[in-house]
Structures are given as structure tokens and as C-alpha cells.
Write a protein that binds this ligand. Structure first.
Ligand code: FES
Length: 155
């Protein structure tokens, strides 16, 4: 699979960096230090060339997410429509401590590892906020009342 992806970029293997990062994250859930070194070697690059992409793009994770990962948009339109309250409501119903100081990494996670949650920037549906994603599913105009039912769909 990796070799096949690289063939899509015959002019410069470096262009395969992001597709490989997505592939690794899909397979392993996050990008480890070992993955950075491996991808760099595979593409004839230095690890720093891969690390700079990993640290630039917020959708690339450096730590494992929960079984179900929730992203809540916090950019202006969604913030005004209640996204900060929505994140708190998700935390309450998913048994996630909303205080980032009580978590080791960047993601907030439930103790059982079932859910993780984070704020993200604009998800490109600014007129229907607050919006969120659970795994790859997109939800618009999410009310606090909907949250328990939404979470039940992701056991
Ligand atoms: S501001 Fe939330 S989708 Fe754009």
C-alpha cells in the first residue's frame, strides 16, 4: 500500500508525505516517533521534514485517540452558536474530565478510552453551527439535548 501511494508522485517522492501520514494515522490511530523516522527514510528525507508537517497540521495526531474521537469546531460562528457549551456537554455525558491539566496529552479522554474530544478550527459549515464530527461523521446545529443520543450511536 505504501509503495503504491508513492507511485502516485513520480516527480517528487516528498509529495507523498501527507498521503503517507494519513495512511499511518488511519492504520495506527496516530503518528509515533517511529512512524516519522520510517516515513522519512522511505521518502529519502530527514525526519524533521516529516515532523514539520506533523506539527503544522492539527488533524494529524501525536497520541492515540479514544475508540470514538469527537471534534468540536470552536471558530467564531460555532463559538457564538454555543460550541464551548457543546464541548462541556459532550464531556459530561462521555465521562471526560474537561480540565486539560488533568490529562497527559493534548486530547481529553474518558478513563475507559472509549471517547476522546478536542476543539478544532473551522469545519467549513459556519452557517449551521455548532458543528462537530464523531469519527468521520459530521453533525450540524447540534443541541445539548441531542448529545446523549448521539453518544449512544457510538458505544
Ligand atoms: S466556524 Fe464552525 S464550521 Fe466554520
Amino acid at each position: 500500500m505504501v509503495d503504491e501511494v508513492i507511485t502516485h508522485y513520480p516527480v517528487s517522492k516528498r509529495s507523498a508525505s501527507l498521503p503517507l501520514l494519513h495512511l499511518f494515522q488511519e492504520r495506527f490511530g496516530y503518528i509515533s516517533d517511529d512512524a516519522i523516522v520510517w516515513i522519512a527514510q522511505k521518502l529519502g528525507l530527514e525526519p524533521i521534514n516529516i515532523l514539520e508537517l506533523v506539527t503544522f497540521y492539527p488533524m494529524i495526531r501525536r497520541e492515540p485517540a479514544g475508540k470514538h474521537h469527537i471534534r468540536v469546531c470552536r471558530t467564531l460562528s460555532c463559538a457564538m452558536a454555543g460550541s464551548y457549551r457543546l464541548l462541556d456537554t459532550f464531556c459530561k455525558h462521555a465521562n471526560i474530565d474537561p480540565d486539560p491539566h488533568n490529562h497527559e496529552g493534548h486530547l481529553l479522554k474518558s478513563p475507559d478510552g472509549r471517547y476522546s474530544i478536542e476543539f478544532v478550527e473551522c469545519l467549513a459549515s459556519c452557517g449551521t453551527g455548532p458543528v462537530c464530527m464523531i469519527n468521520d461523521d459530521f453533525y450540524e446545529a447540534v443541541s445539548d439535548e441531542e448529545v446523549p443520543q448521539l453518544l449512544q450511536n457510538y458505544p
